[in-house]
Design a binder for this molecule. Structure first.
Ligand SMILES: Cc1cc2nc3c(=O)[nH]c(=O)nc-3n(C[C@H](O)[C@H](O)[C@H](O)COP(=O)(O)OP(=O)(O)OC[C@H]3O[C@@H](n4cnc5c(N)ncnc54)[C@H](O)[C@@H]3O)c2cc1C
Length: 475
């Protein structure tokens, strides 16, 4: 049995950033799939490359944790700034989410005029800016030091935000944007759904601000696909691709890992599997009981992959807002990411496009298990409905889309061992159930978007920073 100090299980954003930061230890990174990056990977099918899920790269700026981590490991990702973070289209009306605040507001007022728009968005921007300047962002449990440092962070939050910390998103919208139109509320909620995995109903003012303000930051396009960042970044890390960890046995001084290829003994394990799926790896009753504490978050993505052959000019990202929810989905919007024309990988023989919206996770997974024909039928219905709206919005003809296929929670499960996407939104009622990277078990940690601080590059990177600090005894 091979002995190692650290086994990182999974090469998603969390596992990869942590492994890179700790590459000088006796560390191995195991990834079950042939592609690195999990939800942020890039895969090849029918001769074309597609981003599996994540397409926008945010948080790569000074004083932000993601840039801080990349600088620490001396890695520069191959990315290009997008002038427009994304374009929203609702009944033919366009609002571009751009970094320039005044220009955005001018744009917004043409479509969703409200006399308090300036006040509302200024506050959103200010809260977001203050958050990213906090010095003590930290959340962890299971030791006195961890609780003390968490209290210190809560104290800093209270000092910085005062009573704003206790405000709900809907409460703030109702007080600042009274009589907001249904369309405007859809514009806000569609953005919150992609950033927070929830709408204003279940968000706080703070989380809504972070969710709505991301286009005021630099937003980047990942050249050669998001997966390229992982391929390049992990070149000097001991990565075991296509090696799934099947079982983990707790021993007195560490953990025995049984993989699809070998067996290992590791003093420490960092699981990048979700908090909901991690228990499947263990027989130890106490560990299973620990993971059972966390209620499943039944949300996932329906994703369509396209190849477009067209002479038209496209932006990198669009969000299409509809009046009604899409069939089999829990959203009335979808997000489109189009490859840049000069991308040598994603624009080879046509533009690679990733389209995604929100669905229930169990619905598709259960349907696939119980009735494959019905699963395929419903998938086609949802795909066609989205494609019709997409063609209308981007003014595309049938023959300009030369390839299309879609994936559900069941597809995510096949490739990256998870049916849900994203963690639970952090609000007043969920904050006490929030999992930290540290577990009650010596040497066992979780990292990724189902533990603090949540999803996407910035959220997972914050979690990695806290874990890195805990792991190396710096807290
Ligand atoms: C459709 C969609 C669009 C998104 N768009 C964006 C976006 O534009 N920008 C953004 O910042 N974020 C976006 N996100 C969110 C972001 O992709 C995720 O929050 C993030 O990638 C999750 O990272 P993670 O660290 O939790 O790891 P995951 O992505 O969950 O990866 C975990 C990895 O662990 C591996 N693994 C699991 N179990 C085992 C095992 N037993 N053995 C070996 N390997 C294992 C899996 O195969 C996988 O590769 C999007 C998500 C989705 C689903």
């Amino acid at each position: 049995m091979k002995k190692i100090d650290v086994a990182v299980v999974g090469s998603g954003i969390g596992g990869s950033l942590f492994a890179k930061l700790n590459k000088n230890k006796n560390l191995k990174l195991f990834e079950k799939d042939s592609n690195l990056g999990g939800c942020a990977s890039t895969f090849k099918r029918y001769g074309h490359h597609f981003n599996a899920g994540a397409t926008t790269f945010v948080g790569y700026e000074n004083n932000h944790v993601l840039k801080e981590i990349f600088d620490e490991v001396d890695f520069v990702p191959n990315i290009s700034k997008s002038d427009v973070a994304f374009r929203t289209i609702q009944n033919g009306q366009i609002v571009d989410r751009i970094k320039d605040f005044d220009l955005f507001l001018e744009n917004l007022n043409k479509v969703y005029f409200h006399e308090n728009n300036y006040k509302f968005w200024k506050k959103i921007k200010e809260i977001d800016e203050k958050f990213w300047q906090l010095k003590n962002v930290y959340f962890s449990k299971y030791s006195l030091k961890s609780y003390l440092n968490t209290s210190y962070f809560i104290f800093e939050l209270l000092k910085t935000f005062g009573t704003d910390l206790l405000k709900s998103a809907d409460g703030f919208i109702n007080s600042e944007l009274p009589n907001i139109s249904k369309e405007y509320k859809t514009f806000i909620n569609a953005q919150l759904l992609i950033t927070l995995q929830t709408t204003s109903e279940n968000a706080t003012l703070l989380s809504m601000s972070l969710g709505l303000a991301y286009p005021f930051h630099d937003v980047f396009y990942a050249n050669k696909g998001m997966g390229n960042i992982f391929d390049e970044m992990l070149k000097d890390v001991d990565v075991h691709k296509k090696e799934e960890i099947l079982k983990i046995i707790r021993r007195t001084d560490g953990y025995e890992l049984i993989s699809s290829k070998d067996s290992y003994f590791a003093k420490n394990i960092v699981l990048n599997s979700t908090i909901f799926d991690s228990k499947k790896l263990f027989d130890d009753k106490n560990i299973v009981k620990y993971y059972d504490n966390y209620d499943f978050s039944d949300q996932s993505a329906f994703v369509i992959y396209l190849v477009i052959n067209s002479n038209k000019e496209f932006l990198n990202h669009y969000q299409i807002l509809l009046d009604e929810n899409i069939t089999n989905c829990i959203s009335n919007s979808f997000f489109i990411s189009v490859a840049k024309k000069d991308d040598e990988k994603l624009a080879k023989n046509g533009l690679s496009v990733t389209v995604s919206t929100h669905t229930k996770a169990k619905y598709w997974n259960d349907l696939k298990k119980n009735d494959v024909q019905e699963y395929e039928k419903q998938k086609e219905i949802t795909q066609n409905e989205i494609l019709n709206e997409l063609k209308n919005s981007l003014d595309l003809k049938d023959d300009e889309i030369t390839l299309s296929f879609s994936g559900t929670s069941s597809s995510f499960n096949n490739y990256i061992n998870r049916i849900n996407c994203g963690g639970k939104a952090i609000n007043f009622s969920t904050v006490t159930q929030l999992p930290s990277a540290k577990t009650p078990f010596e040497g066992l940690y979780n990292v990724g978007d189902t533990v603090f601080a949540g999803q996407g590059w910035p959220g997972v990177a914050l979690g990695v920073k806290v874990l890195h600090r805990d792991f190396n005894g710096k807290c």
